[in-house]
Ligand binder design. Structure first.
Ligand code: HAM
Length: 434
């Protein structure tokens, strides 16, 4: 009978081997950059009350209406959802933990899995990972520029090419009142050609019409009036200052008045970083201001701004541009053994070497001596030590450099000081430490 293999769910991925290493290195770089910009890490649950996303991301968005994974425990009526994005959970948490009561601004970063039930394709997954930051408590346009320049610097540090920044301002509730009237007037004689969802959105949340993926709605939206032309004085000044500061920071951008973003909470500045190497899923980073959201979710009236980068998309660009990750640290020592007594001694040696901070391996497969050395070669071990009856009797073994084949005798007397010194000095040499 054929074996039945259970596969991973569509749109999810496994990470192992070199791939895991690439992720670890990227995550490390992101953590270092976060520290450079003064962000501290926040971790929030993978699932939250469903209502959190309905109230923040918005009940007329595709994310909430079509893409959310709802979860309910078997014996419970409480409705939860796997987080489709990181911002809402962070805000829920900082309100609940009272983190915005003290010194402002508060700056957080996160690395988190997110879940959206979309049709999987390259760069679009059902489980994906975001690195994001959120800054709370400042209305200043300097904060907008700080988060944008953070993304810019990150991409420069990673050596990415072909990434462009597009921005827009989608104003505040004040400017939107006048704009919504113009938008509804524009759609008045087109209503019957809109998809069912958009007919509903026209009354409740007309801005969403500009973001609909249904081809007929998307086509109509290209001629719709633009909010950028209806900004109130405050929003206009803010957006002008953001542009001035970006120019001062030498960061290139284009204004795209069609960016509205797929989530409802944004106000004023919104932006996207678009990669030329990503095909249809070209947005590698999206973000913006959400000045009303903290209050809307029950907190004090504090403004916020942030962004999130899709890590799978970022790694796709790095692969396409052949941006190599650092090779993994090689195994420092392989101890090859022959016989039970040698095996016992190798356990002690490997343990001492690892305690000294050098990676070490020994035979776990019961291989012959020849096969063990072949294996040591395959895993790229830098040195090998062969232990047999004679070595145990003389308490001396040959330390073999795998690259050159050179050998020199080394004492096996515990606590293996001579061996540790030899390995340490050679690892200093290979790292160029004098
Ligand atoms: P978003 O634009 O919905 O914004 O997502 C941010 C990034 O996540 C996208 O630019 C993309 O790289 C990645 N992404 C989104 N969906 C998928 C998917 N299905 N598969 C792979 N990658 C995906 C937000 O989520 C906001 N919370 C960002 C933010 C933070 N705004 C303010 N603060």
């Amino acid at each position: 009978m054929a074996k039945q293999i259970i596969k991973a769910p569509r749109g999810t991925g496994d990470l192992l081997g070199e791939e895991t290493l690439r992720w670890q290195q990227l995550e490390q770089q992101l953590r270092e950059a976060s520290a450079l910009f003064g962000f501290s890490e926040i971790r929030t649950p993978t699932f939250e009350q469903l209502d959190l996303f309905v109230r923040s991301v918005g009940d007329t968005t595709d994310v909430v209406q079509k893409e959310m994974y709802e979860v309910t425990a078997k014996n419970s009526r409480e409705r939860y959802a796997l987080k489709p994005e990181g911002t809402a959970g962070v805000i829920r948490s900082v309100i609940e933990q009272g983190a915005l009561k003290g010194l402002l601004p508060q700056k957080f970063y996160y690395l988190t899995p997110c879940f959206r039930h979309e049709r999987p394709q390259a760069g679009r997954l059902r489980e994906f990972h975001q690195y994001g930051v959120e800054v709370f408590g400042t209305h200043s346009p300097v904060a907008d520029v700080e988060v944008i320049s953070f993304v810019h610097l990150l991409f420069v540090q990673l050596g990415l090419r072909g990434i462009s920044l597009s921005m827009n301002s989608i104003g505040c509730p004040v400017c939107r009142t006048a704009y919504y009237q113009r938008l509804r007037a524009f759609y008045a004689d087109k209503q019957e050609h809109l998809c069912g969802l958009c007919q509903n959105r026209l009354e409740k949340n007309p801005l969403r019409l500009l973001d609909c993926k249904t081809p007929s709605c998307a086509e109509m939206a290209t001629d719709a009036p633009l909010l950028l032309q209806d900004l109130c004085g405050d929003c206009e000044t803010h957006f002008t200052q953001v542009q001035r500061y970006l120019q001062a920071a030498n960061i290139e951008f284009t204004i795209n008045p069609h960016i509205v973003r797929g989530l409802d909470y944004y106000t004023k500045t919104v932006f996207e970083f678009i990669a030329s190497d990503l095909g249809a899923q070209s947005a590698v980073c999206g973000g913006g201001r959400y000045d009303g959201l903290v209050e809307q979710l029950g907190g004090d009236p504090l403004p916020g701004i942030g962004f999130a980068i899709g890590l799978e998309r970022l790694l796709l660009i790095m692969a396409a541009q052949q941006i190599a990750s650092k090779p993994s640290a090689p195994c420092g020592l392989f101890v090859a053994t022959c016989g039970e007594e040698a095996c016992e001694c190798s356990v002690a040696i490997v343990d001492a070497v690892r305690h000294a901070g050098i990676s070490a391996e020994m035979d776990l497969m019961g291989r012959t001596l020849k096969a063990q050395l072949k294996y040591a070669n395959k895993i790229g071990a830098l040195f090998a030590l062969v232990l047999g009856e004679q070595e145990l009797a003389t308490q001396t073994a040959q330390l073999k450099c795998m690259a050159t084949g050179e050998q020199h005798p080394i004492s096996l007397t515990a606590p293996f000081t001579a061996l540790l010194e030899a390995l340490q000095s050679s690892s200093h040499e290979t790292q160029g430490v004098s």
